[in-house]
Design a protein around this ligand. Sequence first.
Ligand code: ZN
Length: 274
Amino acid sequence: MPELPEVETVCKGLSAYLTGKRIVQLELNRNDLRFPFPDDLKSVEDRAILDIHRRAKYILIRLEDDLTMLVHLGMSGRFRFHEHPVAHEKHDHVIIHLNDGSVAIYTDPRRFGVIDLIHEEDNHKLLNHLGPEPLSTLWNGDVLLKSLRGRKVSIKSALMNQKIVVGVGNIYASEVLFLAKVSPNRKACNISLPQANRIHTATVQILQDAIAAGGSTLRDGQFTDIEGELGYFPHQFAVYDREGLECVNPNCTELVKKSVHLGRSTYHCTACQR
Ligand SMILES: [Zn+2]
């Protein structure tokens, strides 16, 4: 499932190719994904694209006259860009035709994605209850510690809670907690300020490194950027998907342990993480 670095990668690609162009046609090959499309989705036609940015795991395509197209990639959504229209492939659900003849195609085999319209900037039910952006100056160890108060869930579950901090999913939560030397099983309410500070620093570092690597394409091969390139961050995974392999800490002889909770896999080193 795309997390913050993958969505950021797609956003940057879309922004580079689409900003400043005009949508001449929105071709719909179905009328829903996870939810039905809004009846007025085609009102994006004949509007210029002013900018494209990310909020949490949502792509926001801001158009002329206070209209924003919201896209969530769900489990398997992806965009690809072509200079000229191409033959449709299976699962190509939405095709954005631009005024210079180029196209951006939204493909989503599992159809957990979302496409909706926002009529007033940033006022949308999916955006209203989101927590802070991990890479913004509004988030730090103190803010994190406060948001963990009284929470009896594990720190790993808390990090994946979009009200506490947005964009961190299952993969990056394991990586962040390894770098921060905090056990994923520790209760959120028992995290100390030094641990919260380490988790903050580790989150920023892991997300920035992953963005620089173009995100993570896992063995399912589902994630690519808009030019079809893979994300290379998995080559840097310290614990994720490394069950039974030696811990990357040179002073440690433990093997990476995998545990499964509510269907999600967690990877950690029992010696390095407390
Ligand atoms: Zn270790």
